[in-house]
Design a protein around this ligand. Structure first.
Ligand code: CAA
Length: 283
């Protein structure tokens, strides 16, 4: 059976982006959040992105209306009773994910695939609370979802080949490129990206160069679109710290210890772009 009906859980930055690309690919999307206001905010972001596509001549007004028409609000996980796949993009907290996946296992049809957009939590551990671990998989989209081509697809220990194949096909349908990885701390993307960001923070902490110099070197010298400190602000410093802690604990290797400066910024509430201040000022 091909995938036609999708539920996306979480209408935040990642969830709304995932809902947008699914609806643009012709899929019916239920965008679920606990609060109506969160859904409204998510839809406002999607509408803004689609309007930009219309302005740029990449989409007609009618197509925009059709895409929006394929997205409906959901405030109850039970609405997943008729979906083919759920993509969970809620908060990065194992207890919350366990509770969501337990409920999904009860309310979704037997054939439904349960995917998570987690950036670092083990897929195998999330799958373990369901009676269908072979149908649980990681679909790790990159931020900003409508722009970034990659979806890192993570196989849990029990994920079946058939489920992997379906998710791979769906990713191509979303005009994204699937890349297969196994379930190890940080997968591949964050195992490599986060230590680079962490090292940039150590470099700043040690006074080797200014933040601007560090970012310029990586932008102009390595052709990265954003410097590591600017990127850390974009991702959120709390998220960066959380992922470093997952790597540190998961591998038990001191090379993944988070920079004390990163911890200090998080404690100060300087979480990056979203709070108006991180390594840079956004107010
Ligand atoms: N939502 C939708 N579209 C967006 C967007 C957003 N949040 N941000 C930018 N865009 C669009 C712009 O509208 C613009 O589109 P047009 O073609 O219509 O002009 C296009 O992207 C380019 O944007 P800009 O010209 O404003 O700026 P830019 O060329 O510097 O690109 C960027 C912005 C795409 C974000 C680029 O800076 C970039 O690629 N940065 C690195 C992003 C990255 O590394 N992401 C991965 C983060 S890690 C992650 O997500 C995983 C994790 O688990 C932590």
């Amino acid at each position: 059976m091909s995938i036609q009906n999708v539920m996306v859980i979480g209408a935040g930055q990642m969830g709304s982006g995932i809902a947008q690309v699914c609806a643009q690919a012709g899929l019916n999307v239920k965008l679920n959040d606990m609060k109506q206001e969160a859904y409204d905010k998510g839809i406002a972001t999607i509408t803004k992105n689609l309007s930009r596509n219309v302005e740029k001549g990449r989409m007609t007004e009618d197509e925009k209306t059709a895409v929006l028409g394929r997205i409906t609000a959901s405030l109850d996980l039970k609405d997943a009773h008729d979906v083919d796949i759920v993509i969970e993009a809620a908060v990065e907290n194992m207890a919350i994910k366990h509770s969501i996946f337990k409920t999904l296992d009860e309310v979704t049809p037997k054939h439904a695939i349960l995917a998570t957009n987690t950036s670092s939590l083990p897929i195998t551990e999330i799958a373990a609370v369901t009676n269908r671990p072979e149908q649980v998989i990681g679909m790790h989209f990159m931020n900003p979802v409508p722009v970034m081509k990659l979806v890192e697809i993570i196989r849990g220990l029990a994920t079946s080949d058939e489920v992997y194949k379906k998710v791979e096909e769906m990713t191509v349908q979303l005009s994204k490129t699937p890349v297969e990885v196994n379930d190890f701390p940080g997968f591949v993307s964050n195992r490599i990206l986060m230590p680079m960001i962490n090292e940039a923070i150590f470099t700043l902490q040690e006074g080797v160069a200014t933040k601007e110099a560090i970012d310029d070197i990586m932008k102009m010298g390595m052709n990265h679109p954003m410097g590591p400190l600017e990127l850390a602000d974009f991702i959120g410093l709390d998220t960066c710290l959380y992922i470093m802690e997952v790597l540190h604990e998961g591998f038990g290797d001191s090379k993944y210890r988070p920079s004390p400066l990163l911890r200090q910024y998080v404690k100060a509430g300087w979480l990056g772009k979203k709070t108006g201040r991180g390594f840079y000022n956004y107010s």
